[in-house]
Write a protein that binds this ligand. Structure first.
Ligand SMILES: [Zn+2]
Length: 465
């Protein structure tokens, strides 16, 4: 089989054929840094990370670029409200964003360009659109993209002659456009706003142009994959296609891949609806950030997913159990004589690859992981090795089981002491030692090969991962 991805552009699963297998170009729309990201935003970044990890697992080289939107209506509004420089307002949220993705074990992209670092290139790009007749200046001095000049407008969202109500992009009165569907490329300065000089006067770039320019600068005129949340499809990505293809005359993106929303109580999580949680809320309740990652993996990226505190509790405990199972396999591996049945590992490897290649079927891949861990026809060491290999895609830090396996010496001493009295059938003593070990944060499980000891899952105080 070959990797198949659902392409929003063609509305079907397609075999992925990269321009260059050694360097797959992946552009992911990044955060608008005016506030703390909510876990709905993080679900999108997690899906994009799974895509990247899957590509790498399947042997592709990946060059990923994720922009940081620091020039946008919301960042500017906040700067004006707080009477601060734009960079002073965005800086703490940029910092938080990097903290969040690190906690979620999201792989680092190759570049995180800031819009503020690319305004000159954006101005140049808009000049090209003007020269080619795709853009015009409104009476308010802003520059607009003329949708009537671009024949294929609407190909991503799948609508011909899209009717847009005023206000979806910007109100026509406010910006004096020719057509309500036209979108802004350059916004003329309004009083108090941060601005940049251009031949059309002071102003700032629109959001859509930022992504087209940074995508092309770092990845070239045509790229393999562009991702984002489903709410980016229209108008953001549709407009990116229009601007980019109008300038180059070439296809902008071969595969558009979009992740679904995270819901709360069946509703879309949104800042405006005030029904959102952040990663800090999850941590404050004593759960691991990785629990959110587990939740994201447990549903297909194209399915809506309802967030509940019960689901995060389940995910947190599921990760802890995986670590424990793998720790137990390490313990067993040192004692058992099981030989792996011929062909069995290959079977599992292939099923796993198939699940990933089928448009990143992570729920199926997770159930395969559990099957590998419990397969008695495979030696403990081989089960562990294969699980770690699969974790290249999951990113659940399964190798952490090795770290947790290092039980402190004072606990080991207590465990050996308990084993001694237990063998002598001094059960009262052995039980009281078990309780003592438990009070120190460890659990003893009597196995065929002797006592296996493991840290207790404890939401409040747990080893750093
Ligand atoms: Zn974007």
């Amino acid at each position: 089989m070959m990797l198949k991805l659902y392409n929003t552009l063609t509305r079907k699963k397609e075999v992925f054929r990269p321009i260059n297998k050694k360097s797959v170009g992946l552009y992911t729309c990044g955060p608008t840094v005016y506030d703390t990201a909510h876990i709905g935003n993080l679900r999108t970044y997690l899906f994009e990370d799974t895509l990247r990890r899957s590509l790498e697992f399947l042997g592709y080289g990946v060059k990923q670029v994720m922009n940081i939107t620091d020039i946008e209506d919301k960042t500017i509004k906040k700067a004006i409200q707080q009477k601060k420089d734009l960079s002073v307002v965005t800086k703490p949220y940029i910092k938080e964003f990097f903290e969040d993705i690190q906690k979620l074990n999201i792989e680092t992209a190759d570049a995180y360009p800031l819009a503020t670092g690319h305004v000159k290139e954006m101005i140049k790009f808009i000049h090209k659109l003007m020269d080619k007749g795709f853009a015009y200046q409104g009476k308010d001095k802003s520059i607009y993209f003329d949708i009537s000049k671009f024949k294929n407008y609407g190909k991503l969202v799948g609508l011909k002659n899209i009717k847009i109500k005023d206000g979806v992009t910007a109100s026509s009165d406010e910006y004096e456009k020719k057509d309500a569907r036209d979108f802004v490329l350059w916004k003329a300065k309004k009083k108090g706003e941060p601005s940049w000089k251009s031949s059309w006067g002071e102003g700032r770039p629109g959001w859509h142009i930022e992504c087209s320019v940074m995508s092309m600068k770092y990845l070239g005129e045509t790229i393999d994959i562009h991702t984002g949340g489903v709410d980016n499809i229209f108008p953001h990505h549709e407009n990116e296609i229009a601007q980019s293809e109008a300038v180059t005359g070439k296809k902008f993106v071969n595969y558009w891949v979009h992740g679904e929303h995270l819901l709360v109580g069946g509703e879309k999580m949104a800042k405006s609806a005030k029904n959102f949680f952040t990663l800090r809320d999850i941590e404050a309740r004593g759960y691991m950030p990785l629990a959110l990652r587990y939740i994201a993996l447990s549903a297909h990226y194209k399915s809506k997913l309802n967030f509940t505190w019960r689901s995060i509790e389940g995910a947190d405990s599921a990760i802890w159990n995986l670590w424990r199972e793998l720790g137990r396999l390490k313990y067993m591996g040192q004692k058992e004589a099981t030989k792996t049945k011929k062909g069995r590992l290959k079977e599992h490897r292939e099923s796993f690859k198939e699940a990933i290649e089928d448009d990143l079927d992570t729920p199926r891949a997770l159930s395969l992981l559990r099957r590998v861990i419990t397969d008695v026809d495979i030696s403990s060491e081989d089960r562990r090795a294969l699980s770690y290999k699969m974790d290249q895609v999951f990113g659940l830090n399964l190798i952490n089981s090795d770290k947790l396996y290092k039980i402190p010496i004072h606990i080991k001493t207590l465990v050996s002491g308990r084993e001694l009295v237990r063998r002598n059938q001094q059960f009262v003593k052995s039980d009281s030692l078990r309780n003592k070990i438990k009070s120190l944060g460890y659990e003893v499980e009597d196995t065929l090969y002797g006592p296996f000891v493991w840290p207790t899952r404890n939401r409040k105080s747990r080893p750093k991962t």
